[in-house]
Design a protein around this ligand. Sequence first.
Ligand SMILES: [Zn+2]
Ligand SMILES: [Zn+2]
Length: 472
Amino acid sequence: MSTSSASNRRFEQAIVGFFIILPPIGGLVVLYQALHNLPKFGMTLLWLAYLVALVGAHIKWVRPKFRRYPWVATYKEFSERSKPLKARHPKLVRKALNHRILRSAYRFAFAAALVPFFWGMNSLHHAHFWWFFGMWLIAGFGITIGYHRVGTHPSFKTSPVMRAIFFGMGAVAIQGLPGEWMKKHSKHHAFGETTADVHSPYVFEESKRAIFMEQFNGFMHSFVMWAFREPSLRRPKGMTIEQWKEDLLSKSPDPATFKYRPEDRDHWEVRNAQGEIVVSTETLIKKRWARFVDVIVGIEQDSVVTLMSNPVLYFGILIASFAIPYYLGGISIWESLARATFVNWVTFCVNSVCHLWGETPFEVPDNSRNNAVIEILALGEGGHNTHHKSELWAQHGVFGWQFDPSAIVIKSLRAVGLARDLNLPTRQQIVMAWLKWRVREPDMQGIPLRPRDIVGKAVASVEAKKEEPVGV
Ligand SMILES: [Zn+2]
Ligand SMILES: [Zn+2]
């Protein structure tokens, strides 16, 4: 078995290495071509600067203001909730409605301000830009919705055909076979920010001498190097599911070398009021490892995942994702590689940046963060703190100030009957998390609770009721 897993590992390294090395070269070639037409290159940079300024202004000035309101009601919900208030507090309801309209106007104006960017890119690059943009969305949603939200985590239900389509879209991103991706990602959730994590940027052993280098290496590990280092979770050939499961169960992390962050201690050992250990780290590791093994055995037995993890089909789709833009749009292989670089770079950022920088509205036993920039680039996956709070939620941008295009797609699929049983947080969970965060987060403490407005009413009703049905 050891020889076959070693050769699997070498094969995997070769594949990963090949695709990691090529895209940056592709990027350089695209840059080289761009430099042949300096005015066009300069104009492209100007339009990109416009986009960055627009999004940057939103993140810097508007988003913090939106943090006053954890929940944005739909108009239907608003009219239902405000009905009983209308007679007694007409002014208040009008003010709240004006506020809701203002938010819609802002969304509309922001979308309108994006139009010149697309116009500019279209007039400079024509079909080349649209192929880049379209293929980015296909690969991106393939990963965020396919591999992640419906593949690894059962956050909503859809037909086998839809799942196969989403996994096929994910293949375009060049992030490996779906089964392998899902298994490794499950391990990240089971052992986040411990020595058994797949890609934690946390440095467990810091020597005084080389702290910067250790942190840099920790970051690089969580960014990309883990893909070379993390052993495969593929079922070895000739092993039955039962044998494989038994083999996996015997390989749980060694408690003697297992490390976690001091602040997550309550998650990794349970003590009573007297401070005596009631449940040991060893027991918890075994329990969580057994749960993780169940998850990956489930992935292994999933027929759609198995079908789409067939290397012939996977590489067929991958080759088609280069061949179709080449033949139909005249898009060079190098341009497609640049697109692949961009998608992968963004995914690498979710694993690394979103475990280092950003907001922590939810208390979780790891360092996951909601990062405003990655939220946009990774099509909603930057709401990573929310995702670690509950990996079952189909929406990662649950607060009124977040952006989650993947959730918009999932909800649109639900609207046309292609997705069902979405797992979503309740209004109570969101508002309660916001209230607690307000107390913990120094930046938020200046924000007054507004008991007289609709948010205040929501807060009051949340405190009065135990549970509310999903209100999204
Ligand atoms: Zn994470
Ligand atoms: Zn996840």
